[in-house]
Write a protein that binds this ligand. Structure first.
Ligand SMILES: Cc1cc2nc3c(=O)[nH]c(=O)nc-3n(C[C@H](O)[C@H](O)[C@H](O)COP(=O)(O)OP(=O)(O)OC[C@H]3O[C@@H](n4cnc5c(N)ncnc54)[C@H](O)[C@@H]3O)c2cc1C
Length: 374
């Protein structure tokens, strides 16, 4: 089977879905391909900073998300020996240090909005298997496999690779990416928040191990344990209670929920931590956005927000072409020109924040710090 469209977006994460939604609203024919059968895997970047929130507000999309799925976080706390040693507060009264939105809620809101336009097609359970090229060697679409195993070709004027950290679009296009390890991996788990738990983020070092808590909308706490890079295989040979014991020692209030909801290694999810940079973000007929162009680590919660900014900037660039009905020579290199320096600065910031993490506990202060002074 063969389909034809103007813009084919591979990857229905935040970057791809936002771009699809914005373009669909402007009347472009868009197909969004997502390999998962339902939107929103459970462990992803879900905290908006001012940049990501700004992008959603600018397009009137934050209001489309169910209010119970939008949780402003009121402070960031550094804990030591079961007490708070430093607090980061919002810059202004009534502000926040981040907004948690479950990824499934964010994606569903964007898909609902896009689904109102007949020029938008969503293909969940569909995996990109290769790229189509025209006689000049220009990217001319994708080859996909549907959930039932059937194969299709989707021809398009533009392919957007928004398919994340292991981007197959990038690989099939032969665009090299340099990858850097950060010396650690992360284990995640999620538990219901105890009664009266406040909407905060907490970090601590307990028994020499970094631990992070993120309060989530809909009444959950996400927990992250930093573990040594590539150590998960060895760690799994030991009792998982070694990790939960450290957590309970640091945050005793979580004990009942931890005991009830973390019962085996199956309740943990591993994220191998690395950052990467694609050598270039565009080729004729093809452009990369989000983690496909620049994978970030979870430090500082930048990845989601940089992905949304990419989608917004690419939308602006494409919009001009759509309005001028000039659809052949798209200014794809403009995205990289406008975004690369910012993204690389963020990546350097992540290395710095990771190397200076312990200083948060040495440079204690009794005064609260506002997020703008960090
Ligand atoms: C476990 C985890 C925790 C994280 N925590 C944070 C955090 O706290 N804060 C933060 O800001 N960032 C965090 N990040 C990073 C953040 O999630 C990413 O930067 C952000 O999701 C990037 O968005 P994206 O749309 O570019 O890519 P993704 O969100 O990765 O979306 C890519 C999509 O493409 C789909 N896909 C992949 N291959 C194919 C294919 N061949 N065909 C079709 N579809 C395909 C995937 O299923 C996925 O839905 C985390 C990432 C992970 C994995």
């Amino acid at each position: 089977m063969e389909r034809q469209t103007e813009i084919c977006i591979a990857g229905g994460g935040p970057a791809g879905t936002l771009l699809a939604c914005l373009l669909a609203r402007r009347g472009a024919n868009v197909i969004l391909i997502e390999k998962q059968p339902v939107p929103g895997p459970s462990f992803r970047g879900e905290i908006l900073n001012g940049d990501g929130e700004g992008v959603l507000r600018k397009h009137g999309l934050l209001e489309r998300i169910a209010p119970e799925a939008v949780l402003p976080l009121v402070r960031l706390e550094y804990w030591e020996n079961r007490r708070v040693v430093k607090t980061i507060l919002p810059d202004k009264e009534g502000g926040n240090v981040g907004v948690h939105i479950p990824q499934a809620d964010l994606l569903r809101a964007l898909l609902d909005e896009a689904g109102g336009y007949p020029n938008f097609t969503y293909l969940p359970g569909t995996t990109v298997r290769g790229l189509l090229k025209d006689e000049a060697g220009r990217c001319a679409g994708v080859r996909v496999q549907r959930a039932d195993g059937s194969k299709e070709e989707i021809r398009s004027a533009l392919v957007v690779g928004a398919d994340g950290r292991y981007s197959s679009v990038r690989r099939h296009a032969g665009i090299p990416a340099s990858t850097q390890g950060h010396g650690y991996d992360l284990l995640w788990a999620r538990i219901p928040a105890p009664e009266g738990w406040e909407p905060v983020m907490c970090s601590t070092i307990q028994s020499g191990q970094q631990l992070h808590l993120f309060t989530q909308a809909r009444g959950f706490v996400q927990i992250g344990w930093n573990i040594a890079e590539d150590s998960y295989g060895e760690l799994r040979k030991r009792p998982f209670e070694e990790l939960t014991r450290t957590l309970i020692e640091a945050f005793p209030k979580l004990a009942p929920s931890v005991r009830e909801h973390i019962r085996s290694w199956k309740d943990f999810v591993l994220l191998d931590i690395f950052s990467s940079r694609s050598e270039s973000w565009a080729q004729p007929g093809l452009v990369l956005i989000g983690d496909a162009a620049h994978t970030m680590t979870p430090t500082g919660a930048f990845g989601l927000n940089e992905a949304l900014r990419d989608a917004d900037v690419l939308y602006e660039e494409l919009l001009e072409c759509l309005e001028r009905r000039q659809r052949t020579e798209l200014p794809l290199e403009r995205l990289e020109q406008r975004r690369r320096a910012d993204v690389e600065r963020r990546q350097r910031e992540q290395f710095y924040m990771e190397s200076e993490y312990a200083q948060n506990f040495y440079n204690k202060t009794d005064d609260n710090i506002h997020s703008g002074d960090k």
